[in-house]
Design a protein around this ligand. Sequence first.
Ligand code: AMP
Length: 287
Amino acid sequence: MRVVTGIPEMKALAGEWKAAGRTIGFVPTMGYLHEGHLSLVRASKERCEATVVSIFVNPAQFGPSEDFQRYPRDLAKDSATLEREGVDVLFVPAAEAVYPPGYKTYVEVRDLQDRLCGRTRPGHFRGVATIVLKLFNIVRPDVAFFGAKDAQQTVTIEKMARDLDLDVEIAVCPVVREPDGLAMSSRNVYLSPDERAAARVLSKSLAEAERLIREGERDASRVAARVKDIIAGEPLARLDYAEIVEAGTLEPVAEVRGDTLILLAVYIGRTRLIDNLRARVEEISSC
Ligand code: AMP
């Protein structure tokens, strides 16, 4: 595995691969890798001839009172893990190279960026869209792999790719969970043992939503109310939001029909966790 820190070097390498007709798969991450990240790496290795993983804790997507400074980092361990996975290039750009003094350009995906997590984290999706577009321009992937865990992020990136005519396929991979259901996240290390136990409430409440929908409940407010009740029953949990939205636009829905997402953000102590459930409900049409 080659470790690349320079942007010009990464561009040159991508250019060589393009010229040789090799398909490039790309997995952008903030590091502190877990099985969720590795599922994306494996999907890329399966589909593409060269795989690039980036590790960059992107200051532009953290608010001033968020956890940028204490975000977990372990480059040596991540690098060894990616080497074992057979990744071709680990790209680790320096923040000063990505955002040099006088940097001025940002990408906004209007409306999508303001909903849900965007309300609690203003500027977050602007930071995400900007870094992802920059990384796409440097790595020039044919396919970029994202996790369904960050549902609003994938919808935002897909929209940006369509709106800006990007020549990249956005591949979305399923949420990888711990055995008890908690969605894997680099931030799970923040949780104390009690908080870790309490964090199960996210996936538990989504499983209950899934059960209700399976049994025929179509009233989105009733499903959301049940999810909120379950979160409220966990003393260490504080709800940020629980919403049911149309999967492509993230617009709230009154009925659970077609392709919907049930999205959840919950504080467990000081740690904010997200999770979601995709509910595809077939319409039964009569003729
Ligand atoms: P992050 O390092 O948190 O920015 O995540 C990098 C990529 O890994 C994003 O596309 C995430 O959606 C994806 N990812 C993070 N956690 C999981 C998970 N539990 N399952 C699947 N993908 C994930």
